[in-house]
Design a protein around this ligand. Structure first.
Ligand code: LMR
Length: 410
């Protein structure tokens, strides 16, 4: 048979750049050096640089051993969903007035996707999404892929290396009508710079007076300070104190170390319980249209952690262990850089909060650190502080010191 020359449907297809965070991780994994350091992906590591299965999660997996593998409904596990709502909204009026709808999601990304799809279906007109500049790269990708007009709201001042409240408020005040904004509930990714409570109050007022819909990306509740209530302060302020509507995108990847289980939830707080019922149906419909029904295992683990008194108590301790170690490593890094007299000022490392440090060095220095010292970080110079430990922090600081000296004055 003669070959038939075939034209392709894909001739106009263009390849897409690999993800900036996971691509660095791929290079790290391919590096054979015993001294390599991974401060790239935001995943907790213990003091030996190893992934940590939380003691509370070990208790939960023993508790659920032998369970079946049936389908969950579209909302996911009701027990898990209710426990997540209780965790965040215990004692709130929104909860007692049944104004909270929500479903299980594929971690934080799945929650953001379902939040966007629900906004599209449930509001006649929200077309604009504001995201902070900078932000976690997936925010732009997700909302752009869903067909929203994505706008960057200035959030960080490179010179002062801190949150730029005036600039952020100004962009909210000038936001397009019919907008939503993605806020980081705590531990801003990548800068580690959170507004103060006073500043949050002003942000909330600006959002309310402009009629903007707030979406809280809440991937670090409990992981930031060690206390979920403390880290959820901004969310509760919007909902309890100001009676605002909002979407909350929860992830238990970091706080329970359940990265690969993809367990999270998307919650909507609405003005009335009737609207909440409508939103619940739209959320479940969005789930059906994307993944049909969510996976079971992570939901079972998270539910066991959140609903068994002894396991929840252990989890509270685990959160303190993780956040405490990160805080300690911030201090150690700052101490080392100070001891070495590294050019530049580094106080921002101890002022920032959460999983990440935002070094503020140039892209060429990031490349140099990887090539010369086998130190792997995101090209924005964001480092996952959890990748540092007593065994590698000196090596890391020396590498940064040598790099800063080489490029000083450039
Ligand atoms: C990160 O920011 O490193 C993590 O949230 C992993 C991811 O999905 O990007």
């Amino acid at each position: 048979m003669g070959s038939v020359s075939q034209s392709s449907h894909f001739e106009a297809a263009e390849s897409v750049e690999p993800d900036g965070i996971f691509e660095v991780l791929r290079r790290y994994n391919a590096d054979a050096s015993p001294n390599k350091i991974n401060v790239c992906v935001g995943a907790y590591r213990d003091e030996n640089g190893k992934p940590w299965v939380l003691p509370s999660v070990q208790m939960a997996t023993s508790k659920i051993a032998g369970a079946d593998h049936e389908y969950l409904p579209m909302m996911g596990s009701r027990g898990f969903r209710d426990a997540a709502v209780e965790l965040l909204f215990h004692g709130s009026r929104a909860l007692s007035e049944q104004r909270i709808s929500g479903i299980q999601s594929l971690s934080g990304t799945g929650a953001l996707l379902l939040a966007g799809m629900t906004l599209k279906k449930a509001t006649a007109n929200i077309q604009h999404i504001y995201i902070t500049s900078p932000t976690w790269p997936n925010h732009e990708l997700l909302f752009d892929t869903m067909g929203f007009n994505v706008h960057w709201a200035p959030y960080y001042n490179n010179k002062t290396r801190s949150y730029d409240h005036e600039a952020f408020l100004a962009s909210l005040a000038a936001a397009e009508p019919n907008s939503a904004v993605v806020l980081h509930a705590c531990a801003h990714n990548p800068t580690g710079c959170d507004p103060t409570r006073e500043q949050w109050t002003e942000i909330a007022q600006a959002i309310r007076s402009r009629g903007i819909f707030p979406i809280f990306d809440s991937a670090y509740l409990g992981f930031n300070s060690g206390s979920v209530d403390e880290d959820a302060w901004a969310i509760r302020h919007f909902i309890d104190d100001l009676g605002m509507e909002a979407a909350i995108c929860l992830s238990f990847a970091k706080s329970m170390g359940l990265y690969g289980e993809r367990i999270g939830a998307v919650l909507f707080v609405a003005a009335t319980s009737e609207l909440s019922g409508t939103l619940q149906s739209i959320l479940e419909n969005a789930q059906r249209a994307t993944i049909s029904t969510p996976p079971l295992y992570g939901a079972r683990i998270a539910e066991a952690v959140l609903t068994s008194t002894d396991i929840k108590k252990q989890w509270a301790e685990d959160l303190v262990t993780m956040s405490g170690r990160i805080l300690k490593m911030r201090g150690r890094l700052f101490q080392e850089l100070t001891r070495l007299g590294t050019p530049g000022s580094w106080e921002h490392i101890v002022k920032q909060t959460g999983m990440f440090g935002y070094l503020g060095i140039g892209a060429e220095q990031v490349v140099h650190l990887e090539k010369e010292f086998n130190v792997y970080m995101a090209n924005t110079s964001r480092i996952s502080i959890a990748g540092l430990n007593d065994n590698n922090v000196e090596h890391f600081a020396k590498a940064l010191d040598a790099t800063a000296r080489k490029f000083a004055g450039n």
